[in-house]
Design a protein around this ligand. Structure first.
Ligand SMILES: [Zn+2]
Length: 431
């Protein structure tokens, strides 16, 4: 497996030594009390038991009583969408209003403890570039740019009368033939896509289909995989909700199944055999929206599919399918991404495994685990610090105010209670 492009952020050159905190390193290992983390040039220079030495030139901070974890991942977000906005408002917005909202959403997501995202449709490469240049505070980002479905499929937002329910902009790509699939993937890669997103089923939010309807067939998923492999190995992921379309996605060779609400025994066995990741987006699945904000068809489908998801995803977790944390934020509220940890635990996952799903597993799915996803020597210094004991009260991590410190590339980008006053002077915090 080739390592994908690692989305970069500016780094802090002043060495930082954090001592005393409990370390949960993201690999699934037991927490290490009274630990030490040393960050030099934006990378982890040491992580392990607290030592009796000092580090030359380092700012030292004692965080006894707190817990350090890797920066979290959310591998299924839509920074360019906002459920709170409502469909009518979204349709009326100017491009600059949408872009400003997306920039704010990226900052909120980072403040929620998410230092890396995979945006599965709607976010354009300019946002990723601005984060890399330090002009915009936000997560490191891999982008799908557009979502691919057939005419009348999940991202065809034409109503029966031909009008568009939401503007059909660059986030949506209609593909019917094999050749169109090939061209679409080539164009997306040219535009800078890090991942290709196809829909092998219909969905809950689309007007003319359901999760049981089939979308992109397995052989066209295979074409997308083949095109990615001719380039930098961009992985393909599928929006797949009904059981038949989930099988199409897995047979086509996807790296991950998004949603997977109705995954059955055959799908579970195949995913385990092929090492396919499940991104169950429970924050979206288990949330029944305000009926005033969404169309009636969407509300009705959501009630039914929440129940299906609860039952089937629990079975997949139980069976040991690899899971990566993704929320579908944009379809559910932004800025509380770590709510997903509690949802996974509520369906039977151990808290330590939920943390791994949100860190190292997610990094592996994105092929960036050489540089990110766990607290290990040599990796980039993305980490979050909390007063909460995550294994005892994982639900509390959902609240952004419980994420006291966020460090990205060794830069302090959030420091709620002045835990790191000296480090702040070298930080990205404007005020
Ligand atoms: Zn989505």
């Amino acid at each position: 497996m080739t390592t994908a492009r690692i989305p970069q952020v500016p780094t802090n050159e002043t060495p930082l030594r954090i001592v005393g905190a409990t370390i949960i390193d993201g690999t699934g290992k037991e927490p290490l009390p009274n630990g030490e983390v040393v960050i030099i040039d934006g990378k982890i220079d040491y992580v392990g038991p607290r030592r009796d030495t000092t580090v030359e030139g380092a700012t030292e901070v004692d965080l006894t009583g707190k817990t350090i974890m890797p920066g979290f991942f959310d591998v299924h977000v839509h920074m360019g969408m906002g459920i709170e906005t409502g469909f009518a408002t979204m349709a009326a917005q100017f491009a600059e209003e949408r872009h400003y909202a997306a920039a704010e959403t990226m900052r909120d997501t980072l403040m929620a403890g998410v230092t890396t995202i995979r945006d599965l449709g709607g976010l354009t490469p300019g946002f990723r570039n601005l984060v890399t240049k330090g002009k915009l505070l936000g997560p490191r980002a891999h982008l799908a740019i557009s979502v691919i479905s057939p005419t009348g499929g999940h991202v065809d937002f034409h109503l029966a009368n031909g009008n568009q329910m939401v503007p059909m902009d660059e986030g949506f790509r209609i593909v019917d033939t094999d050749d169109e699939m090939r061209v679409a993937v080539r164009e997306l890669i040219r535009t800078g896509a890090d991942v290709i997103k196809v829909c092998t089923t219909g969905g809950v939010s689309s007007p003319s289909d359901t999760p049981h309807d089939l979308g992109v067939p397995a052989h066209q998923v295979g074409i997308a995989v083949e095109e990615g492999n001719r380039r930098q190995g961009q992985p393909v992921t599928a929006h797949a909700q009904g059981s038949a379309g989930i099988l199409e996605a897995i047979h086509g060779g996807v790296a991950s199944v998004e949603h997977g609400y109705e995954i059955d025994d055959e799908g579970i066995a195949l995913m385990i055999e092929k090492g396919t990741y499940l991104v169950p987006t429970l924050s979206s699945a288990l949330r029944v929206p305000d009926p005033k904000l969404v169309p009636p068809f969407l509300y009705a489908k959501k009630v039914v599919w929440s129940d299906i998801a609860r039952k089937h995803v629990a079975k997949a977790i139980q069976a040991g399918v690899k899971v990566a944390l993704g929320t579908d934020a944009g379809v559910c509220p932004h800025g509380t991404n770590l709510t997903e940890l509690g949802h996974m635990v509520s369906l039977g996952m151990a808290p330590i495994d939920a943390i791994t799903a949100g860190t190292l597993n997610a990094a592996k799915l994105m092929h960036v685990d050489d540089a990110l996803g766990s607290l290990e020597q040599g990796k980039l210094a993305d980490l979050v610090i909390t007063d909460v004991d995550p294994l005892a009260e994982i639900d509390r991590l959902a609240e952004p105010s419980e994420i006291k410190v966020v460090i990205q590339g060794g830069r302090v980008v959030k420091d709620l209670d002045d835990a790191m006053p000296v480090a702040r002077a070298h930080s990205a915090l404007a005020s």
